[in-house]
Design a protein around this ligand. Structure first.
Ligand code: ADP
Ligand code: MG
Length: 394
């Protein structure tokens, strides 16, 4: 099931409403600190401009909760986009309404406008159809290139497609291709590395990957809950008591399917995250009652990297420890190095995982870094993405 893209529809002399994800990180003064997301949208924007469409961009920034928030206006984003494109970018003061309609009517084909933050409108996150209709009335074609919001059914990601033919931009096309191939036809062995804080965030992914992957590697805070399910005492570590039974079920399912399920052999422990005190490495069976597990230990790293070495496909979501602190970043960094070195096709998704890979300076070694944490996670769970299902089929 493939979705139509901008290549499959005539865009010349057409007004095109394009949803992009310009929700960029900013400093306290509102200056953009990382323009990766703007750069990621450039290929589709350029394609549309080169093909003489009127390009009408719509994005959110932050969480203004349906009200105007001066700090979350998109002017600086428009400015950066203009620099990157080498072309003027018109910026409107509202997302929809008569003024916007006038600007769109008066602009030329081959020109571009960025609408004001769509989340200033209370209808956006409720997928309000009036807002969707107002947005759609500006254009003749809808392009979704905001992969990071495709898991949300909002007016600008899903609702607009009730009124306009919708197609994918290049970014969405690439994400769907890569993620689809990994789920449906992965080169084997297929190794999934799942970490992060909590099991509860990633139950769906683990469940779905048990029926797809050959090996599942568990790290991070969530490993504690699995270790607890194996009968280990986890001291003060982050454990989700109410998920211990589920963790047991997941391990049983993996065993039934012949999926290798790897858990830590040793752990880096301390008194706490902020006041670590003495940092030690212990076997999983030797965790003192007053200590917390904050990273995987060296034996675990060795075991995990052995599995990673021979993989042909690797999916990684969630850090192996509290990587924000250098004392507990070793596991994540060394697993990242293992993934970078392996011949496998590698995909990393998840905000913190991507940050960790960048921190390790290894992002260039990864085959695909997903631009959508939540969206890639839901795709890997086997869920439908509302912002994708509304697009036309090929
Ligand atoms: P991603 O954003 O890549 O999906 P998550 O948000 O699920 O990842 O998890 C990342 C968070 O998990 C990080 O903030 C990290 O500090 C935390 N974490 C990792 N290991 C542990 C641990 N052992 N105990 C507590 N928190 C942990
Ligand atoms: Mg996260």
């Amino acid at each position: 099931m493939q979705k139509k893209t901008v290549r499959d529809i005539e865009v010349k002399n057409k007004k095109v409403l394009m949803r992009i994800d310009f929700n960029v990180p900013r400093d306290k003064e509102g200056n953009i600190t990382d323009d990766t997301r703007i750069k990621a949208a450039l290929p589709t924007i350029k394609y549309l401009l080169d093909n003489k469409a009127k390009v009408i961009l719509v994005s959110h920034l932050g969480r203004p909760k349906g009200q105007i928030d001066e700090a979350l206006r998109l002017d600086k984003v428009a400015q950066r986009l203009s620099e990157l494109l080498g072309q003027k970018v018109i910026k409107t003061d509202t997302t929809v309404g008569p003024e916007v309609e006038k600007i769109v009517e008066e602009m030329n084909f081959g020109e571009i406008v960025l609408l004001e933050n769509v989340r200033f409108n209370s209808g956006e996150t409720k997928n309000d159809l009036e807002l969707a209709k107002a947005l759609a009335s500006l254009a003749e074609i809808y392009v979704n290139d905001a992969f990071g919001t495709t898991h949300r059914a909002h007016s600008s990601t899903a609702g607009v497609a009730n009124f306009l033919p919708g197609v994918a931009g290049f970014l969405v096309e690439k994400e769907l291709q890569v993620l689809g191939r990994i789920l449906n036809n992965p080169a084997r062995p297929f190794v999934a590395i799942i970490g992060g804080a909590k099991v509860s965030d990633k139950i769906g992914v683990i469940e779905n990957l048990i029926s797809k992957a050959d090996t599942i590697i568990i790290g991070g805070g969530m490993a504690n809950t699995f270790l607890k399910a194996q009968g280990y005492e986890m001291g003060k570590s982050l454990v989700e008591e109410e998920k211990v039974d589920l963790a047991k079920d997941l391990m049983e399912k993996a065993a039934q399917r012949g999926v290798e399920f790897l858990l830590p052999l040793d752990l880096v422990i301390a008194d706490g995250i902020d006041n670590p005190g003495k940092i030690e490495i212990v076997e999983v069976s030797k965790l003192p009652t007053d200590k917390m597990a904050l990273d995987i230990g060296p034996e675990t790293i060795k075991l995990y990297n052995q599995g990673i070495k021979d993989a042909k496909t690797i999916v990684w979501n969630g850090p192996m420890g509290v990587f924000e602190k250098d004392e507990f970043a070793t596991g994540t960094i060394q697993i990242a190095q293992g993934v970078a070195k392996s011949e496998a096709y590698s995909l990393v998704g998840g905000g913190d995982s991507v940050a960790a890979i960048k921190k390790a300076g290894l992002d260039k070694e990864i085959d695909h870094i997903s631009t959508g944490g939540g969206a890639s996670l839901e795709f890997l769970e086997g869920k439908e993405l509302p912002g994708v299902s509304v697009l036309l089929e090929k």
